[in-house]
Write a protein that binds this ligand. Structure first.
Ligand code: FES
Ligand SMILES: [Fe+2]
Length: 448
């Protein structure tokens, strides 16, 4: 149970709030490059600020405050020029740093006028990596965009999903530290959903025998032994990484692609739009087919999984609840816009959540003390490639038992069958390995 003050401390993300200032030390994905293929401007909301993302005719992206510094027309109507975005109202032009570079009428009156030099729109730096456009809203100098393996590995193809979830970021992130919900939300409830859908396949639910959480360089490993398993299982020895502040790492690792389990490395990312909304990203790497050309950023497929909400009769939409992510989202939405943690009772299954809150608190304090929070990289030599071993890694495969959750034998957990991202992934659908097919069938199709 948290006090209201602490719940606010960990959930509010506006400028000047403790978590808002922490979040301003990280680069956040705001759009895919491919989402900008057919448009020049796009509304963005990030950490409680409304912004306009644009692309100029030279292909440079910019991110600026929405209202023109002259007489406040919204720059969503802006006209792209070779270098920057021009306000259509009176033609003032701004570059990607927010600097006004042309003021047509003012310059006509006085060619030497330097009025424009004084006009600076608020603008934030952007960087493109892995087909995503990242923004940084914190103090200069900005750190490097981390080369997480999901972003940095080459010789793969990616697809990227995003859905805006109408609740606070921390609910989604805390869920990743909550192992036991797997057997209930994705097991027992899954079986009920299957029944409601008129299907007869049932999961053989494996209960949690023990759980633990280990801190590591980038975050926390979540570890478990399920009924029928043992300490030799990769789910116990290697585990499932949560990367601070808001990533869940899924899939195998990037060191050896021979053992990717249907998808390669993937991230779920929970970017705070504001206190009450979260941009939930799924970034997925897949095997590149032999001889295929390098995937261009503008060709990366973008998808947006639908939200499973109650229907018009306030009944669960079972038709949409057949994936683990949809089930997760149903749980998170119903916790409220910001979960009231003054009314929660944490049990021994929740020690990972407590550990994550301690990590959050420690990093808020690091920022308050003028330091960099964890996962800040400033030295390029230390930012070459941040790989991590997972329970689905080839390095872990030697340890994998047939009862293991990532097992190639009797793996029988729902998420192996249908993650939301895999259900809607254009690449997996194209390859015929997405959707509700049986897990063993899918593994056969991908040759594992
Ligand atoms: S309002 Fe933008 S140029 Fe006048
Ligand atoms: Fe889940």
């Amino acid at each position: 149970m948290l006090s209201q003050e602490v719940n606010d401390r960990y959930t509010r993300v506006g400028a000047g709030t403790p978590t808002g200032e922490l979040m301003r030390r990280y680069w956040h994905p705001i759009s895919t490059v491919s989402q900008m293929n057919d448009k020049w401007t796009k509304k963005i909301r990030l950490l409680g600020e409304d912004l306009i993302l644009y692309k100029d005719r030279s292909g440079t992206f910019g991110l600026m405050e929405p209202h023109c510094a002259h007489r406040r027309m919204n720059m969503i109507y802006g006209i792209p020029e070779e270098n920057g975005l021009r306000c259509p109202y009176h033609g003032w032009l701004f570059d990607e740093t927010g600097q006004c570079t042309e003021q047509p009428y003012e310059e006509t009156e006085d060619p030497d006028a330097r009025f424009k030099d004084k006009i600076q729109m608020k603008a934030y730096p952007l960087e493109v990596k892995a087909g995503l456009i990242f923004a940084y809203m914190g103090p200069a100098p900005a750190p490097l965009v981390p080369n997480w393996d999901v972003f940095a590995m080459d010789d793969v193809v990616r697809d990227i999903g995003m859905t805006i979830l109408p609740f606070n970021w921390l609910q989604a992130q805390e869920n990743s530290l909550d192992p036991v919900h797997l057997e209930w939300l994705h097991g027992y409830w899954s079986n009920f959903i299957t029944e409601m859908r008129g299907e007869d396949s049932k999961w053989n639910i494996r209960t949690h025998e023990k759980i633990k959480f280990d801190e590591f360089e980038y975050g926390i490993y979540k570890k478990r032994v399920l009924s029928g398993g043992s300490d030799e299982d990769t789910s116990w020895r290697e585990g499932h990484p949560i990367v601070f502040p808001y990533f869940l790492r899924q899939g195998g690792d990037g060191f050896n692609r021979d053992h990717w389990n249907m998808t390669g490395p993937a991230f779920q990312i929970r970017v705070p739009i504001d206190d009450y909304n979260t941009a939930h990203w799924w970034v997925m790497c897949h095997q590149k087919e032999a001889g295929a050309a390098e995937q261009k950023f503008e060709d990366i497929p973008f998808f947006s999984p639908p939200l499973a909400l109650l229907d018009e009769n306030d009944q669960p939409q079972y038709s949409l609840l057949d994936s683990n992510s949809a089930q997760d989202v149903a749980a998170w939405i119903t916790q409220g816009e910001i979960a009231d943690r003054t009314g929660e009772y944490l049990g021994r299954s929740d020690k990972g959540i407590i550990m994550f809150r301690e990590m959050l608190e420690a990093n808020i304090r690091r920022v308050e003390d003028g330091g960099d929070p964890m996962n800040t990289f400033r030295d390029p030599a230390e930012n070459v490639y941040h790989g991590m071993v997972t329970e689905l890694s080839p390095a872990a495969a030697a340890n994998r038992s047939s009862g293991d959750m990532g097992g190639t034998g009797t793996g029988n957990l729902p998420f192996l069958r249908q993650g939301m991202a895999s259900k809607f992934s254009p690449i997996m659908n194209q390859r015929g390995v997405a959707g509700g097919a049986d897990a063993d069938e899918r593994r056969k199709k991908v040759g594992q």
